[in-house]
Design a protein around this ligand. Structure first.
Ligand code: OXD
Ligand code: MN
Length: 596
């Protein structure tokens, strides 16, 4: 399919090491994909679901020990430890290559190696970057066909160039003690072994579009961020775009596809999705920051997705979707997950493939008793999404008016606040924190600092990454305004106060109005806060301006505690944290103390 010597030599080298029985090039045709689906069903790797109810849909189960990204086994292998920084795991490239070589050698014997040429963002566009993933998993091939743009046109666009990201994935024997997700930014190389879970093996996503791309972005003067992109159309037809960064499984997909409350739709407001997970951002010739979604599909969290929380995501999963680790309803050969509806299937297999008794469900032991794994997923084409924006197809992307950071905080962060400048906004991003979710292995519900929602995804030193944010601010003549939101504040009984989902539009409307200078704000120690009456509560049951006032309150003592925690975190990152960030932190502390 190509004469590119760099590509062919590398594939030969990898095949000599892994020794597959066959090598098959993926050409992006439906015919080939269909043959692979049939093969996966014949071997049990996938289950064909009810084609009347879910046309083109399949179910896959990963190994029970392989259900989330594994941060402890994810490595950035730069020549020096300093380049990877203290937050990333690091191993010297030669040491990691040697370790991996042992694990890969002969690992594809009796298997087929698939060669997937893919593009992140539209082939031939100014944002496009190309990759080739070699894998021994049909599940990976079929997911990559949804999540990225795959085919011979990628090889044509690459031509004779050596400028592509090499990715090698081998399932090997799924041994979790020898599972490695490794990145060699200087070599444009990603190597993943002993896993079959999406975030670890769909190498275009976290590995390339965030870790390697963030490294390239710093080198080349652009940004790769863990952000959704959405567009708001106003009643007069005007369109505004914003990006938003939230840690994994904090509702990015829901926000990206939100349906505004009636009060807004009746006036003619519309929200459209451009991306739900990753944004690549560049300074445009007009001096604004422009964003594209480099992906081609959604790898969304299934549990909690329903006709109320996210009808657009649910509709996206109704055809040509691969479900991973959800519950299998044997009565009608469809799928189910917790939070889909109140009607769990009575005759079903759980995410492990065992007979499932829904009456034993215990929300304190979801992994043990749920039908679907808490991190079960759907992989669906972006074009399935009813609210996909036309701007999704624009190679130049969209101009960004606002960047929104957010976390899952029960108490400290207010519903929304605005930073006072790009620099202060970058600081606000750097101090982001959230209660952990099931998207990564480890304890759930523990507060951890997650700068810009990029803690697991920066392909170099975190302090340098802060520096890159600050530097970008000096290169954008007309930068977006930066905000922070928190949908997750709870009352004394632990219930969420803010309704979230579609009603988040009320906060987005305030944010965009601020960008236009249409509404005022009050200054607080942490930044600009809305005047409570400027957050529209029309049609909201049980929430009035008084509740908004509460949601916007800033508890100085808990912020001062947070300041201490941030200091510790900055210290953990080390000397590379820019002095500007320390100065912002000192200034925040001084303002809080003055307000006490
Ligand atoms: C994801 C994640 O899958 O952030 O998007 O874990
Ligand atoms: Mn993500």
């Amino acid at each position: 399919m190509t004469n590119n010597k760099y590509v062919l030599d590398w594939i030969n080298e990898m095949a000599e090491m892994t020794r597959p029985d066959n090598i098959i090039w993926i050409d992006g045709t439906e015919e080939q994909a269909e043959a692979l689906r049939a093969e996966a069903c014949a071997t049990g790797e996938m289950i064909k679901l009810n084609q009347d109810l879910l046309p083109g849909c399949y179910l896959h189960r990963t190994a029970v020990n392989d259900v989330a990204r594994v941060e402890a086994r994810t490595f950035i292998c730069t020549p020096t430890k300093e380049e990877a920084g203290n937050i990333n795991n690091w191993m010297a490239p030669e040491e990691m290559y040697a370790k991996l070589k042992k694990l890969y050698t002969g690992s594809m014997k009796g298997r087929t190696m698939y060669v997937i040429p893919y593009s992140m963002s539209i082939v031939g566009s100014p944002f496009a970057k190309y990759g080739i993933e070699l894998t021994d998993s049909i599940y990976v091939v079929l997911n990559m066909l949804i999540m990225t743009r795959v085919g011979t046109d990628v090889l044509e666009a690459l031509g004779d160039s050596a400028d592509y990201i090499k990715g090698l994935h081998a399932k090997a024997d799924l041994d979790e003690n020898n599972r490695y997700i490794t990145h060699f930014p200087q070599d444009n190389t990603i190597m993943s072994v002993n896993s079959g879970y999406g975030g670890n093996v769909l190498l275009g996503k976290k590995c390339f579009a965030l870790r390697i791309a963030s490294y390239l972005g710093r080198k080349e003067g652009w940004m790769a961020e863990h952000m959704l992109i959405l567009g708001v159309t106003y009643p007069n037809g005007e369109k505004k775009y914003l990006t938003a960064a939230f840690p994994s499984a904090c509702g990015k997909t829901n926000l990206a596809m939100l349906i505004p409350p009636k009060f807004y739709t009746e006036q003619g407001y519309k929200v459209e999705c451009i991306g739900d997970d990753i944004a690549w951002l560049r300074v445009g010739e007009d001096g604004r920051l422009w964003a594209v979604n480099p992906e081609n599909g959604f790898f969304g969290v299934a549990p909690g997705t329903n006709a109320q929380s996210n009808p657009n995501a649910l509709a996206s999963t109704m055809r040509d979707t691969i479900f991973t680790n959800v519950c299998h309803n044997l009565d009608n050969n469809t799928v189910w997950w917790e939070g889909l509806d109140n009607d769990p299937p009575k005759n079903a297999l759980n995410w492990r493939g065992e007979v499932w008794d829904y009456t034993k469900y215990d929300k304190n032991d979801k992994v043990g008793t749920s039908g679907a794994h808490p991190n079960s997923r759907f992989t669906a084409m972006a074009t399935n999404c009813p609210c996909l924006s036309e701007a999704y197809y624009k190679p130049e992307g969209v101009p960004v008016s606002a960047i929104v950071f957010g976390g899952r905080r029960a108490k400290t962060a207010p519903l929304v606040y605005q930073s006072t400048s790009w620099q202060h906004g970058a600081f606000v991003g750097s101090i982001m924190a959230s209660e952990t979710t099931a998207a990564a292995a480890g304890a759930v519900g523990v507060v951890r600092r997650d700068p810009m929602a990029m803690r697991p995804f920066v392909g170099y030193d975190m302090g340098e990454y802060f520096g890159h944010w600050l530097k970008m601010g000096t290169t954008i003549p007309n930068p977006p305004k930066i905000f922070h939101v928190n949908w997750f504040r709870t009352d004394a009984d632990g219930h969420f106060i803010w309704p979230g989902f579609g009603d988040n539009m009320r906060v987005l409307a305030w944010i965009l109005d601020r960008c236009e200078g249409k509404v005022g704000a009050t200054m607080s120690p942490i930044g600009y806060l809305p005047l409570p009456e400027d957050i529209c509560t029309e049609g909201l049951e049980g929430i009035d301006t008084e509740t908004i006032r509460d949601l916007l309150s800033v508890d100085v003592d808990s912020w001062l505690e947070d300041v201490q925690n941030i200091r510790d975190f900055y210290a953990q990152i080390g000397d590379s944290v820019p002095a500007t960030m320390h100065a912002e932190l000192d200034a925040l502390e001084a303002r809080l103390l003055a307000a006490k």
